[in-house]
Design a protein around this ligand. Structure first.
Ligand code: PLP
Length: 395
C-alpha cells in the first residue's frame, strides 16, 4: 500500500474529475447530456489564434524551451493590453510573467511567499486552484462568501491576530461561482488593510472582460498604492474561449513576479512559445474579440435567467462571469440535487459544496451552451425542482 503525504491528504477532494467521468459514461450510453458544470464554453477560439498558431508551428524556433522569460512579444502584448484596457503601465520584462494558464501561477504563489505559521485567506466557495495552498506549509483560512455581505471578503471581520499572521489573500472579482463584483471603495479599503498588515493580494481576474450591461471590471492595479502588495492574474481561457491552450499571465509587483518566477523555474518551463505567439496576436485584437464574446454571453445569460425564473428558481441576472449561482430546493443537499439533475434529466451542474462547505445550499451552472440549449437545460432542471416541491425530496 502506497503511503501518501500528509499534505496530499489535506487537499480537499477535486469533484470536477468525477463529474467528467459520470458525463463520459452517460454519453457512451447515447444519452443527450447537457454539461453546465465546468466553465468551458462551446465557442471556438478566435480565428486569429488558430491562424497564428498554425504559422508559428512552421517556425523551428517555436519548438525550443520557452523558460520563464517566454516570448518577449507576448510580454509586450500584455503590457499594451494592460495600458489600453486599464490605463495601467507595466514593465513587460519585470512586471509580467507568462503562465501555463492562470492556475499555474495561482497554485504556486503560496510556495513563493508563505512560511509555516503564516495564514492564507481563501474565498469559500471558491476556485479550487487556491487549494494548492494546502500543499504549502501555510495555514489555510477559508473565508465564507455570503449573500448578505455581497459575497465580499471583509478583512476587517478577522481578528487582529489573524491579520498579523496573514501573508496572502486570494480575491476573485468578478467572482466564480457567485458572480459578485467588487466595488471600487471595497478594493480601496482592502488594499489599505493589506498594506497595514503586509498581506499580499492575489487578484484573480479571469472574468474581467466577461461583463454585461455596460459594467467594466477594474484591474486592482488601477488603484493607488495597490502595486506594492498585489499580483494580478489574467487568463486567455474564458475571454477568448481558449481553455485548453493553457495561457495566462501574472502582473504587478516586480518583487512578487520574481518570487513566483523562481518557484516556477523549478516546476515548469513556461507555456509553449507558439501558443504565446498566438496569445500576443489575440491580445492585440482584444477589443474586437471581446465585443462579440460579450454579446454571445449576454444572450446566454438572458435566456438562462428567463428560463430559470419561468421554472420557479429565483435568479438575478449577474453583471459579470459565465455563472449563475442558484439556491437548491429545500430538503436536498447540493450534492443530492446535482445527482438528481444528472440521473433524472442528464444535466451536469456543479453542487455548491464542491467549491467548499460554505457553498452548500447552492448549485452553479456555467453558460457553456447557446441560448436555446440553456433554455432546454433550465426546463430539465425545473422538472426536478417541481418533482421535489410536489412529491418531496425522497423520490
Ligand atoms: C476564478 C478562476 N481563476 C482561475 C481560473 C483558471 O483559469 P486558467 O484556465 O487560466 O488556468 C478559473 C477557471 O475556471 C477560475 O474560475
Amino acid at each position: 500500500m502506497i503511503r501518501v503525504s500528509k499534505r496530499l491528504n489535506k487537499l480537499p477532494h477535486y469533484a470536477v474529475n468525477e463529474l467528467a467521468t459520470a458525463k463520459k459514461r452517460m454519453l457512451a450510453q447515447g444519452v443527450d447530456v447537457i454539461d453546465l458544470s465546468v466553465g468551458d464554453a462551446d465557442i471556438p477560439p478566435p480565428e486569429i489564434a488558430v491562424r497564428t498558431l498554425n504559422d508559428a508551428l512552421a517556425d523551428q524556433a517555436m519548438s525550443r524551451y520557452s523558460f520563464q522569460i517566454g516570448l518577449i512579444e507576448f510580454r509586450e502584448a500584455v503590457a499594451r493590453y494592460m495600458k489600453r484596457r486599464f490605463d495601467v503601465t507595466v514593465d513587460p520584462m519585470t512586471e509580467v510573467l507568462p503562465l501555463i494558464g492562470s492556475k499555474n501561477g495561482l497554485s504556486h504563489l503560496p510556495f513563493a511567499i508563505l512560511d509555516a505559521g503564516d495564514i492564507c485567506i481563501i474565498p469559500e466557495p471558491g476556485y479550487p486552484g487556491y487549494f494548492g495552498t494546502y500543499l504549502s506549509e501555510a495555514e489555510v483560512l477559508p473565508y465564507p462568501l455570503e449573500a448578505s455581505k455581497d459575497f465580499l471578503i471583509e478583512l476587517d471581520d478577522l481578528s487582529e491576530d489573524q491579520l498579523e499572521r496573514a501573508g496572502l489573500v486570494f480575491l476573485n472579482y468578478p467572482n466564480n461561482p457567485t458572480s459578485a463584483i467588487a466595488p471600487i471603495d471595497y478594493l480601496t479599503r482592502t488594499i489599505s488593510t493589506c498594506r497595514k498588515h503586509d498581506i499580499v493580494i492575489a487578484y484573480d481576474n479571469p472574468y474581467c472582460e466577461m461583463t454585461f450591461d455596460g459594467y467594466k471590471a477594474p484591474s486592482i492595479l488601477e488603484l493607488p498604492d495597490a502595486r506594492e502588495v498585489s499580483l494580478e492574474f489574467h487568463s486567455l481561457s474564458k475571454t477568448f474561449c481558449m481553455t485548453g491552450w493553457r495561457l495566462g499571465w501574472a502582473t504587478g509587483s516586480a518583487e512578487l513576479i520574481a518570487a513566483l518566477q523562481k518557484v516556477k523555474s523549478y516546476v515548469d518551463t513556461g507555456p509553449f512559445l507558439a501558443v504565446q505567439k498566438a496569445g500576443a496576436a489575440v491580445l492585440d485584437s482584444a477589443e474586437t474579440l471581446v465585443e462579440s464574446m460579450q454579446a454571445e454571453f449576454a444572450r446566454r445569460r438572458d435566456a438562462a435567467v428567463r428560463s430559470f425564473r419561468e421554472t420557479g428558481f429565483e435568479v438575478e441576472p449577474p453583471k459579470a462571469t459565465m455563472y449563475l449561482w442558484i439556491e437548491t430546493p429545500a430538503g436536498l443537499t447540493s450534492a443530492q440535487f446535482a445527482q438528481r439533475v444528472l440521473e433524472d434529466e442528464a444535466v451536469v451542474v456543479l453542487p455548491g459544496s464542491a467549491l467548499g462547505s460554505s457553498g452548500e445550499g447552492y448549485f452553479r451552472i456555467a453558460m457553456t451552451v447557446g441560448a436555446d440549449r440553456m433554455q432546454q437545460a433550465a426546463e430539465r432542471i425545473g422538472r426536478v425542482l417541481n418533482k421535489v416541491r410536489t412529491v418531496g425530496a425522497a423520490t
